[in-house]
Design a protein around this ligand. Structure first.
Ligand SMILES: *Cc1c(COP(=O)(O)O)cnc(C)c1O
Length: 355
């Protein structure tokens, strides 16, 4: 019998997000705001005029221009991808040879490790400090000692919700002999981006996504930003028509609405602040049961010995969050969703969760 499955894929299982219908979804860090009617109308107009029988623009020129204009950067430095997830895969495939070393952290975004394994790169996971902060000196040391070719991490971090300040990221980039892929998926919620200075480095690629702050997870649109030499290489290695025409049209329409986007971010940040305050209150009432981390993102990260039971209790009541070992990750939702998760959590901590 022919065995098509090799060792690197034999034990893999398909990605399995929480399925089923839960009235309240706070598990995937999406925006809780639906796209506004005004933008929706423009998106409809844009796609009604598409030449559906033609391949899309391979370089998504209008979309990258709209993205660049929003951030005040040069569109020549921007490459669009089918979600930043695709770009992570493309960058790893292209910039690493089999067996070369890529440095990531634990805990960080789980897809980094996954793609590294697929291309048979060696993934070195540097543990974070006990308080989940990053020890930059340790990273610099490890990168040199292990002859690491690529360093890949999210800032602010998913899942920890913590951010590494700009000065420390700069120090890391300029102190290593490695390509730094800086995943700024949540940087729209914080103010320490390096987007504007990407030209200053020959070893920096920044990833951004429309899936979180901009509320467009459904259309799959992400961007890589880097100097012209790196950008040329990224464009050369990506598949030609990686971003479909519908996504390009809708993405362009949304990205042009800069004021609406900025307003949405403020709304999400207020919701996050309310959820954070509510969780902090629980922490004060139950100091032995949970610790809430500072949040530079649109979600809250909680350490608790009761993570699994707490998670199950919420799920039984129709609220989906993410459970990761001794931690819960709760995305900020609308007011009533945040109230619901807070009330249920209080019930759980008061002992009504024991069955
Ligand atoms: C959600 C997320 C992504 C994926 O973004 P897509 O553009 O939807 O693929 C990438 N990195 C991090 C850290 C994320 O949390």
């Amino acid at each position: 019998m022919f065995d098509a499955l090799n060792d690197k894929i034999r034990d893999l299982t398909p990605y399995d997000p929480i399925q089923g219908t839960y009235p309240i979804r706070l598990d995937a860090n999406e925006s809780f705001l639906p796209i506004s009617n005004e933008i929706l109308q423009e998106a409809h107009n844009a796609i009604s005029q598409l030449a559906y029988h033609r391949y899309p623009d391979p370089y998504a020129v209008q979309t990258t221009a709209a993205f660049a204009a929003y951030y005040g950067i040069d569109a020549e430095l921007v490459t669009a991808g089918n979600g930043s997830d695709e770009l992570i895969s493309v960058l790893m495939t292209a910039f690493l040879m089999k067996g070369e070393r890529v440095l990531t952290f634990s805990h960080d975004f789980s897809m980094y490790r996954f793609y590294a394994a697929l291309i048979e790169a060696q993934c070195i996971e540097v543990p974070k400090n006990a308080d989940l902060t990053i020890d930059v000196d340790c990273v610099i040391h490890m990168a040199a000692e292990q002859r690491v070719r690529m360093i890949l991490f999210s800032n602010p971090c998913n899942p920890t919700s913590l951010g590494l300040c700009r000065e420390e990221v700069r120090r890391l980039i300029t102190s290593v002999d490695a390509l730094v892929v800086l995943d700024e998926a949540y940087m729209d919620f914080w103010d320490q981006s390096l987007l504007e200075e990407v030209l200053q480095y020959d070893n920096l690629i920044i990833l951004r996504t429309c899936s979180k702050a901009f509320g467009m997870a459904a259309i799959r649109l992400g961007f890589a930003v880097a100097n012209p030499t790196l950008t040329r290489a990224i464009r050369a290695v990506k598949s030609p028509y990686n971003v479909n025409a519908v996504t390009q049209a809708i993405g362009t329409a949304v990205l042009k609405k800069s004021q609406l986007l900025r307003d949405s971010i403020q709304t999400i940040l207020s919701a996050k602040a309310a959820l954070f305050a509510a969780c902090k209150e629980l922490e004060q009432q139950f100091p032995d049961r949970l610790h809430v981390y500072e949040s530079c993102t649109n979600f809250i990260f909680v350490q608790t010995p009761d993570a699994r039971q707490w998670y199950d209790f919420l799920l039984e009541h129709g609220v989906a969050v993410r459970c990761m070992g001794d931690y819960l990750r709760i995305t900020a939702g609308a007011d009533e969703e945040n109230d619901m998760v807070t009330q249920l959590s209080k019930q759980f901590l008061n002992g009504k969760g024991e069955s």
